[in-house]
Each structure stands twice: as structure tokens, then as C-alpha cells.
Design a protein around this ligand. Sequence first.
Ligand SMILES: [Zn+2]
Length: 284
Amino acid sequence: MLKKQLRFIGIAILLISAFAAQLANQPSQAAGFLRVVALDIGQGDAILITTPDDEQILVDGGPSGDVVGKILHYTYGKKLDLVVATHNDADHIGGLPAVVNSFKVNQVWINGAIHTTHTYESWLATLKENQVSAKAVKAGESLRLGQVELEVLYPTKDYVGVRPELNNDATIVIRLTYGATSFLLTGDLEQEGEEELIRDNPTKLGSTVLKVSHHGSGNSSAREFLDYVHPELALISVGEGNRYGHPAQEVIDRLEQLDIESHRTDKEGDLVVFSDGAKVWFED
Ligand SMILES: [Zn+2]
């Protein structure tokens, strides 16, 4: 009898330590906070947002299906309340077909612009196969998810059925607000778009956290734009040794001169920021 009890205790200890080890490998929980993660998916963008009420939003899906495993590292349920494709470049929509095949996706936002690549066609086909309808959005669109508000600030132009000369010009820009804190997600916006934003929304740009435009490209993040946004924290999603030379040294210097704390996925991996509605903090 005693032998049996001892064996039982032994097994229980084993199970508890296995569980504890598993917990130690898990990323910190959103636990009632807003959590925004710039996923380290190489050269591209994939921003995973978990609201304080546990709703999940994905803004872009990076270049490949590898993003699915990255998302699963942070979420237990296989549900995404909103998926946004900011524009049709492969480093933003390449992973989205795998996302739609792997998760139950409630809503999809697109800019409505058309493109000719296989990646773009496969993205549209996957939406159709999964019977997920996509809504073309532009400036003025907004969505409240519990305590979090999403507002589309750009583009003002209607891109439905249009093939833009430069896909980046049609990038969806979103401002996410939670209490007194806000996140500006700028996709691959270029300087002309930044100027348009300043002209149209000068009072709405100020944000606590900035997802730096276009992987830190020198054609974006003009000094004037950074002055308007005036963030505490800047996140740069960029692939190590990418062939575009992103991020540009001048952008890194500009952020430094303005005393903006910046982090980059190529050097630090996933970038995790929390907000309690009053302040934000970066998880080291
Ligand atoms: Zn890009």
C-alpha cells in the first residue's frame, strides 16, 4: 500500500514539475492588459494585439505561414476577431492565407486595392474558400472591441478596384486607443502619406507608441511626422540582413535625437508592449 502511495506521490511531483516547466516556457499573459506584439517574422510586418477583454487582432501576416506558430506562442484559442491586411505587398500578406486556414477569423479589413501577384491571388482565394468576407476600409472607419478603439486614419482615397502605382501608398494606417494610451500602426506608409496624415489629422497623430513605417525605411519617418506623433516608444519590424538596408541609419538617428526609445525585431526578436490604459511598458 505504502509503495503504491509513494509511486502516486512520485508521479504527482513529476506532473507538477512538467507543468511548471511548461509555464516557464510560456510568454507572459495579457492578463487584463492590452498587449501589442511586433512578431519577429523576418522582413515584413505582423502585429498581434490582445485586448484587455481577450479579443485578438492581427495587423498583417508577415511573408510566410511561419507566422501561425508565432501567433500560437501568445494565444491559446484559435480565434482572431479581426485581421487587417494593410496593403498587398508579400511581406504583409504572404502569411495571411495560412492564418485564415488555421484560425477562426471573424472579420477581415483590406484596402480594396488590386494586385497581380500569386501571393495576392492566393490570399483572395483563401478568403473565398473559408467563406470569410473582407471589408474594404479607408479613413473614417472605426471599431470598438471592448475597451479598445480602432480608428482608420489612412488612406482617405478609395482604392477599391484600383491598382496603385505603389502599394505602399494605399497602406491602411490604424490608431489604437486604450484609455490614455495609444498605438499608431503605419504599415508601409511613405513620406507623402505622412504629409497627408499631418494635413488631414494633425490632432489625431499623437500616440504613445509608434510602429515605425516601412521597416524603418529612409523614405518614411520624416522629422515633422515624428514631431506630430511624438511617441515614447518606437517599434521597428525588420528582417536581419535584409536587402533594402532597412532600417535606415538616418531614421535610427532621428529617433535617438528625439529621445524616443526604439526597439527592433531583427536584434531583439518579438517586441512586446503592455498598456494598462494609463501607461505603457516594454517587456524586456
Ligand atoms: Zn513592408
